[in-house]
Design a protein around this ligand. Structure first.
Ligand code: PEP
Ligand code: MN
Length: 333
C-alpha cells in the first residue's frame, strides 16, 4: 500500500503514520516527492484496510498497490528516476550512449577504443573484466588487471565506466573501481548478488535475464531497491526464442511496458541481443524510436581479433554511422 500525505502534512504527522505502519509489523518507506511525501508500506502479510490509514491527520489517500513489485513501480513513484553517473544523466530525456569492447584485453586496446568512441560521442565506456562465458575454455577476462585498465580509461578520457560483477566474491572490488556495476543476464535472479547490489553505493545496470518475463525482471530490481539502493538502470538485451537468425530476440516491446510500469530508466543493448554486427545499427534505430533512454554498444578496433563477441562488435566507423543515425531519429522524437 502507498499512503499519500497532504502537501501540508507536518513531520510529526508523517512520523505518526510511520509508527502505525511499524506497529503492524510492516516496514514503512517514506518517499519524498516534489511537493508531498508518500509512505510505502512493505512486508505486509496479506491485504490491509485503507480505511485504517485514512483516519490519520495529514493523510490524503491510501492506495492499494496491486503489483507484486512496489518500490520500482510507478504506483509508488510517479516521477521518472534520473540517475547521475559522473556528469552523465540517465533517464532525463537525453539519449545516453555507452560503448566499448565486450572484454578488456589490454590497456592499449581499451584506450584505443575508448578514444575512438569518445570522439564519436559516447558518454560512458563499457568493458568486461570478469566475463560470464558459456565455455570454461573461453577467455574469462583479465580480472583485477582489467579493472585497473578501466580506471586508466576513466582517468584518460573522463568517461565513467561500467563493468560486470559476476559474483559476490568480486563485488567489492568491482564496486571500488567502477562507476556503474553491471549485473549480467545470467545473474538476474542471483538473489544474494542482488542483495549485495542493494547495499552498493554505486548505480547498478541490471540486465534482463535470457528467459525472464518483465515481471521477473522488475522483481529482481525490487530486490536492489528494497536493499536500499534506488539507483538502478534496467537493460534489455534480448531474450531466447526459437529464432536463430539472431543470437537472441530483442524485445523492443519491453521498453514501453517497462517505462509505463516503472520509474526506472531503461536502456537497450542491441549488440548482445543480435550477436551479429549487421543487425546492430537497425536495432539501435528501433531502440531509440521506441523510447529507450540509452544504448549500450559493443565496439572493437579489430573485431576479427577480439577475444570475445567479435561477431557482434562494430568497427569504430560503424559506431560513428550508428551515432549519426540514432541522433537524427532521437531529434525527430
Ligand atoms: C556483456 O555485457 O558483455 C554480457 C555478458 O552481457 P549479457 O549478460 O547480457 O549476456
Ligand atoms: Mn559480451
Amino acid at each position: 500500500m502507498l499512503i499519500v500525505m497532504n502537501k501540508q502534512a507536518t513531520p510529526s504527522q508523517i512520523d505518526a503514520v510511520v509508527a502505525a505502519i511499524e506497529a503492524k509489523g510492516c516496514t514503512a518507506r517514506p518517499i519524498p516527492g516534489g511537493d508531498r511525501v508518500a509512505i510505502g508500506v512493505l512486508n505486509n502479510k496479506g491485504a490491509m484496510a485503507t480505511s485504517f490509514f485514512m483516519e490519520f491527520p495529514g493523510v490524503k489517500d491510501a492506495i492499494p498497490v496491486t503489483k507484486p513489485y512496489k518500490l520500482v513501480s510507478r504506483e509508488f513513484q510517479s516521477e521518472s528516476t534520473v540517475i547521475q553517473v559522473g556528469n552523465v544523466m540517465i533517464g532525463n530525456g537525453h539519449l545516453v550512449l555507452i560503448a566499448g569492447p565486450c572484454a578488456l584485453e589490454s590497456e592499449k586496446q581499451a584506450l584505443t577504443i575508448a578514444g575512438m568512441v569518445r570522439k564519436t560521442g559516447a558518454q560512458m565506456f563499457r568493458g568486461g573484466a570478469f566475463k560470464p562465458r558459456t565455455s570454461p575454455y573461453s577467455f574469462q577476462g583479465l580480472g583485477e588487471e582489467g579493472l585497473k585498465i578501466l580506471a586508466r580509461v576513466r582517468e584518460e578520457t573522463g568517461m565513467p565506466v561500467v563493468t560486470e560483477a559476476m559474483d559476490h566474491e568480486v563485488f567489492d572490488l568491482v564496486e571500488a573501481y567502477s562507476d556503474v556495476v553491471q549485473i549480467g543476464a545470467r545473474n538476474m535472479q542471483n538473489y544474494s548478488l542482488l542483495r549485495r547490489a542493494g547495499r552498493a553505493e554505486k548505480p547498478i545496470l541490471l540486465k534482463r535475464g535470457l528467459s525472464a518475463t518483465i515481471e521477473e525482471w522488475l522483481m529482481a530490481a525490487e530486490y536492489i531497491l528494497e536493499g536500499g539502493n534506488s539507483q538502478v538502470i534496467l537493460c534489455e538485451r534480448g531474450v531466447r526464442t526459437f529464432a536463430h537468425h539472431s543470437r537472441n530476440t530483442l524485445d523492443l516491446s519491453a521498453i514501453p511496458v517497462v517505462t509505463k510500469e516503472s520509474h526506472l530508466p531503461v536502456i537497450i543493448d542491441p549488440s548482445h541481443a543480435a550477436g551479429r554486427r549487421d543487425q546492430v545499427i537497425p536495432l539501435s534505430r528501433a531502440a531509440v524510436a521506441v523510447g529507450a533512454h540509452g544504448l549500450m554498444i559493443v565496439v572493437h578496433n579489430v573485431p576479427e581479433e577480439a577475444l570475445s563477441d567479435g561477431a557482434q562488435s562494430l568497427y569504430p566507423e560503424q559506431f560513428e554511422e550508428l551515432f549519426n543515425q540514432v541522433r537524427s531519429i532521437y531529434e525527430v522524437f
